[in-house]
Design a protein around this ligand. Structure first.
Ligand SMILES: Nc1nc2c(ncn2[C@@H]2O[C@H](COP(=O)(O)OP(=O)(O)OP(=O)(O)O)[C@@H](O)[C@H]2O)c(=O)[nH]1
Ligand SMILES: [Mg+2]
Length: 463
């Protein structure tokens, strides 16, 4: 996989947003990129050194199309490890597209999405975690998710997994020696009893990474937060105050919100995907009925629930029903409209909530900014990310990588089971080898042949 390949197949694409910008960049990569650009450029790039910028004109049949700066990165010192040429042109959509079209007419092919990064990966310039990080960096919309993504980009994820893989490999090595060279007395011999603590330790290590990665996931994707309650308690008002925008319609008519309304907000680094729902009640209105069903579904799938009650009305059956069905959820109970006369009987409410929740209940008015800040702090505490800026974001924040890590953990759990079932040691080795392969897939090194090579290159048995 690390063998460098420079494809004659030369690709080109616009690297900046296709809109009227001050400047656009058109990227060209492949064995013929210099030749292709030379055909439409006023200067000869063959004379240019790598990592230099050449000023000139893009020409169409000797007619000047645009005044440009052309950067040259000769293979292998470029992003794709191929010859890369980047044309900085004036950013009008028409001229940018025109230059791309000229490149395509002169021997380049339109790049597929992600093809530059794919070439960088195929040429061993970056590994899979880094390739994924590039996508993550582009998609980041908070400081935290950006720092997570750049951790991947600078290879921290790779280092973490590599270290861990090393431990697994040592274990595997001891087993292989047992199987293949039982007479080889100098090398470590291993028994099932010695394997047990090692495997348990590996599982504990994976668990630590996984639990930290969960926080990473939250930082990256945000927390799906459902705002639920009976009609007219002020759910939509609360959504609007949290996102600081009049997004949801607010009226004093019960049943105003029919469909779900979503808003995304960054509260000091923690992203909430807020979902305002239809007020829940028995209804014969067909549209409202669907809204209520959707609301219940949102409640079921949410990671955090803000259950809104009304200070100015006593608890009714719907409140009690909602208190019951959201009991097992990570929830915050909000008693809204604290500026109005109290009608809600706290003693009655206490029957349905835990002592801890009684302490944590928040009285607020959705129109009071100070109250909203108190709610924001409570949300951060609830999600255990109150000290968000100090969280070590070195961990894995990518769903594919987390899934692979979980598979590796399962492989190790299976090896424990094999030991308990008194399976032969080579069977246990198979499970551990699978864990090694799965860890390798996180960083794009899944090839079992490479494992064999590595085993023997590192373990000179005098052959
Ligand atoms: N006094 C007072 N009124 C509020 C407060 N919050 C919301 N309201 C009012 O309560 C009424 C209902 O507010 P909404 O935000 O539409 O309530 P909802 O829960 O979304 O209602 P549905 O969408 O019908 O389920 C509106 O008239 C709001 O102005 C508050 O803190 N104090
Ligand atoms: Mg509403």
């Amino acid at each position: 996989m690390n063998k460098k390949i420079m494809l004659d197949d030369t690709i080109a694409a616009i690297g900046t947003a296709v809109s009227n910008n001050a400047i656009s960049i058109i990227k060209v990569s492949g064995g013929n990129s210099i030749e292709v650009v030379n055909k439409i450029f006023s200067k000869d790039l063959n004379k240019a050194k790598s990592h230099t910028i050449t000023y000139g004109y893009i020409l169409e049949e000797n007619k000047k199309i645009d005044e440009v700066l052309v950067s040259l990165f000769r293979a292998p010192k470029s992003f794709t490890c191929e010859d890369v040429v980047e044309i900085n042109c004036h950013g009008g959509m028409f001229v940018t597209n025109k230059i791309l079209k000229l490149l395509l007419e002169n021997g380049a092919r339109l790049a597929e999405p992600g093809e530059f990064t794919k070439r960088a990966f195929l040429n061993g310039r970056i590994d899979l975690t880094e390739a994924e990080s590039i996508m993550d960096v582009i998609e980041s919309d908070t400081n935290q998710s950006l720092s997570l993504a750049t951790n991947g980009l600078f290879g921290k994820t790779k280092e973490l997994i590599k270290q861990f893989r090393e431990t697994v490999l040592k274990c595997l090595l001891a087993i292989e020696v047992n199987i293949d060279y039982p007479e080889y007395k100098d090398e470590e011999q291993i028994t099932e009893n010695e394997l047990l603590p090692r495997i348990n330790q590996m599982i504990r290590d994976i668990d630590i990474i996984l639990s930290k990665s969960e926080v990473s996931q939250i930082l990256k994707n945000g927390i799906d937060t459902a705002i639920i309650g009976k009609p007219n308690v002020g759910k939509s008002s609360l959504l609007n105050s949290l996102i600081k925008e009049e997004k949801a319609i607010v009226t004093d008519i019960a049943g105003t919100t029919r469909d779900i309304v979503e808003g995304r907000v960054d509260i000091g680094g923690l992203v909430l995907n807020l979902i305002d729902t239809a007020g829940i009640r028995e209804t014969n209105d067909v549209v409202e009925k669907i809204g209520v069903e959707k609301a219940l579904n949102v409640l079921k799938n949410a990671s955090l629930v803000i259950l809104v009650l009304d200070n100015a009305r006593s608890l009714n059956d719907v409140d009690i029903e909602l208190l019951n069905i959201s009991k097992s959820k990570n929830r915050i109970i909000v008693i809204n409209k604290k500026d109005l006369d109290n009608e809600l009987d706290v003693k009655e409410l206490d029957k349905y909530i835990s002592d801890q929740e009684k302490k944590e209940c928040i009285y607020l008015s959705s129109y009071d900014n100070n109250d909203i800040e108190i709610l924001e702090k409570a949300i951060k505490d609830k999600c255990k990310v109150s000290d968000i800026n100090n969280i070590d974001a070195t961990y894995i924040g990518n769903a594919r990588q987390i899934a692979k890590l979980k598979e590796a953990k399962n492989n190790l759990l299976q090896s424990l089971e094999s030991i308990n079932n008194k399976m032969p040691i080579d069977m246990i080795g198979i499970n551990i080898k699978e864990a090694w392969v799965n860890l390798g897939e996180i960083i794009g090194e899944e090839n079992p042949d490479s494992m064999i090579d590595e085993l023997f290159s590192r373990f000179c048995l005098g052959k």
